[in-house]
Write a protein that binds this ligand. Structure first.
Ligand code: FCB
Length: 440
């Protein structure tokens, strides 16, 4: 790598991230059905109709996975807890096996000197709650706060940090407006409600965890830079609207207690009644703010229904996801988030990485392009730090190749290669390079 640990402040945290449904093996340990199982059961929603049933079988391999992390010199591990594993019905009686599992997981992290950084929800909503309207139902804020109490009542004493919800935009817009993720809806009213309720649930869970006496609580937002297709006013307005509902809606709700006007032009008529009354809960103070960053989009206006724009292909080199490689976006977001939303609050990069068509040959995976991608992005973050952004950590997505949602097992994001037949783990060249950077 072009960087090494000693280039960063002593207390700076390097970590790797995963999420429960993407790696655990959902069929083990008495977990309940999730809306991802239902979504994947409809042919055409997920590549080859794949599910998280087995995934990386982290359920049985976690101890070995944490040894790999320790050996690479990571300080922290960002993982998530499956709501349906802990509460198979979403509410009511907990699954003891599920609670015991997270208990073992956390102890094993600590044995390997990894700071446990939990996310309570990384997208696997229990199906019984989806049947009640899921994120469209205001009651989800209460259900979620109750889940927060149950799981943190068991492992909260050993957490380094906790964030309630991974990537509110994906939970709301991607899943209810674009229909690309579970529950696969395409409905503006459902979207408006999900956009608001996901933040109400976030704030309610923060309050519940404060009630348990917990600290170092934050939020994790995915940000995507929007570049107008040309210099026209309509193109600029289109990109600003994309920026509005993708980025500013969620940061605005949490850090300014307000939603962007340009987004409310479309969503306003569908928002829950008196939604403004919820901003005090939504804006419950946080201890840090996490940014997940991968790419930018080029936005062009069109004549379609609101939001009347589309993504067009850009000129930059792309990853296996077809995402342009644009490290400046990370620099710009770190600067902008500090300047406009978070001020002195610590920031973390909670996800960054790339998918690559990695091939295992003679026991090796030479993922030089991933090393290059990470170098460029870490350098962009370092530049922002040099200019005063209080960045305190950087987590790579992902430790392991895993279930990449609607794209199944095809897109490999791991620092460690996983053979999905044998479940064998093979550290890639990027892992070895990071190990040298972090341990020497
Ligand atoms: C993020 C998700 C993560 C993974 C990466 C590629 O949006 O948090 O689960 O899908 O993208």
């Amino acid at each position: 790598m072009d960087f090494k640990r000693s280039d960063f402040p002593k207390e700076f945290i390097f970590g790797a991230a995963t999420s429960s449904y993407q790696i655990e093996g959902h069929k083990f340990g008495g977990a309940g059905k999730t809306h991802w199982d239902s979504f994947a059961a409809t042919p055409g929603n997920v590549v080859r109709s794949e599910t998280g049933d087995l995934a990386c079988d982290h359920f049985h391999h976690y101890a070995n996975d944490y040894i790999l992390m320790k050996e690479a010199g990571f300080d922290a591990y960002r993982f998530s807890t499956s709501w349906a594993r802990v509460l198979p019905e979403g509410r009511g009686a907990p699954n003891q096996e599920g609670l015991d599992f997270y208990d073992r997981l956390v102890d094993s992290m600590l044995e390997n000197d990894l700071k446990p950084c939990a996310t309570l929800y990384h997208w696997e909503l229990p199906q019984p709650l989806a049947d009640l309207g899921g994120w469209r139902n205001r009651d989800i804020a209460k259900w979620f706060a109750d889940f927060a109490e149950v799981i943190m009542g068991r492992i909260g004493d050993r957490m380094y940090s906790v964030a309630p919800i991974n990537e509110p935009w994906c939970v709301a817009w991607l899943s209810h407006f674009l229909g690309h993720h579970a529950p696969g809806m395409r409905d503006i009213r459902a979207t408006a409600r999900a956009m608001h309720h996901v933040l109400l649930a976030h704030g309610s869970a923060i309050q519940a965890m404060r009630g348990l006496g917990m600290s170092n609580l934050g939020g994790v937002f995915n940000l995507e830079w929007a570049t107008p297709v040309d210099g026209s006013n309509v193109a600029r307005a289109a990109a600003e609207l994309y920026d509005g509902y993708y980025n500013r809606f969620f940061l605005g709700g949490v850090f300014k207690k307000a939603y962007p006007e340009n987004v409310l032009i479309g969503l306003g008529p569908h928002m829950p009644e008196n939604f403004e009354d919820d901003f005090d809960v939504i804006g419950t103070p946080l201890d840090w703010c996490g940014l997940n960053y991968y790419t930018r989009k080029i936005i062009a206006p069109n004549d379609g229904a609101w939001p009347s724009h589309e993504e067009v292909p850009g000129p930059l080199p792309k990853t296996q996801m077809d995402w342009e490689i644009y490290p400046e976006g990370l620099y710009k977001f770190l600067k902008r988030t500090q300047a406009e939303y978070t001020g002195d609050l610590p920031l973390l990069v909670t996800e960054n990485g790339m998918a690559n068509p990695d091939v295992l040959t003679d026991g090796r995976v030479n993922d030089e392009s991933r090393i290059e991608y990470l170098n460029q992005h870490v350098a962009a973050a370092k530049q922002a730090m040099t200019e005063g952004v209080p960045l305190q950590g950087y987590m790579f997505w992902s430790l392991l190749d895993n279930y990449e949602w609607a794209l199944g097992y095809e897109k490999r994001f791991g620092l460690v290669h996983v053979d999905f037949e044998t479940l064998e783990r093979t550290p890639k060249l990027s892992y070895e390079a990071l190990k040298i950077a972090l341990t020497s």
